[in-house]
Ligand binder design. Structure first.
Ligand code: SAM
Length: 214
């Protein structure tokens, strides 16, 4: 059974309208790690897929990268423009981005796991396909070590509606290897990400992958 992701932008807009900067305005631990890698490669151009309200684009843009953030939430994009005026933003679906690239790098946090299997393949192809040859994509997604793993109605293999209206796929190492098989997997593993929610601190056990376009 699949599920409809076409209303995810509206779903997140209503959350951002109520809570604004839900996870705080500081960049995530994962974005800091990815920035260190991109800096070593002297990468300049970055596609930030599902950029939300700009907490991570700000880190990359303040440190000299030329950032294009894409998100389906218009409210998220408006908040991002206030928080980080240096990045460029496009309100569009990551599954059908209205520009080409190429970019040196792609970064995406907590977004790829929101889609069913066939759309995850498209998400990855849309992002990795906009990299220059040798460019790197860094994706961080829910893993099977997330506290919410297995909660809620099951929708697909390792995919549950663990919050109402928010299905999520919980990535195993095998999933990463199979979904990124067209690319060179430079590194993958588990990374802790500490979020400061409005209702208290929260730790995600994410799976990351650093993949190179050949
Ligand atoms: C969990 S939030 C993560 C936001 C951001 N990456 C962060 O960590 O701050 C997921 C984001 O994905 C965006 N999103 C959902 N479906 C999308 C789509 N098809 N295209 C682009 N963005 C989408 C939502 O609007 C939301 O901002």
């Amino acid at each position: 059974m699949s599920f409809d992701t076409s209303k995810l932008g509206e779903h997140w807009s209503s959350k951002y309208e109520i809570k604004k900067y839900i996870w705080g305005i500081e960049p995530s631990d994962v974005a800091r790690k990815a920035f260190g890698i991109f800096k070593k490669h002297d990468f300049k151009t970055l596609l930030l897929a599902c950029c939300g309200y700009g907490r991570n684009s700000k880190l990359f843009a303040d440190n000299g990268m030329d950032v294009t953030g894409v998100d389906a939430s218009q409210v998220g994009i408006e908040l991002a423009k206030e928080l980080d005026s240096k990045s460029n933003y496009v309100c569009a679906s990551v599954l059908d981005m209205p520009f080409d690239g190429p970019f040196d790098a792609v970064f995406s946090l907590n977004a790829l796991h929101l889609f069913p299997k066939h759309e995850r393949a498209r998400f990855i192809a849309e992002c990795m396909g906009r990299l220059s040859k040798g460019g790197l994509g860094y994706f961080a997604v829910f893993s099977e070590h997330e506290p919410s793993y297995g909660n809620g109605p099951k929708l697909e293999e390792n995919t549950w509606e663990s919050l109402p209206g928010r299905p999520a796929h919980y990535y195993t190492d095998e999933d990463i290897k199979s979904e990124f098989a067209d690319y060179e997997i430079v590194d993958t593993g588990i990374i802790e990400d500490h979020d400061m929610h409005a209702d208290g601190p929260h730790t995600h056990m994410l799976r990351y992958v650093l993949a190179r376009r050949r």
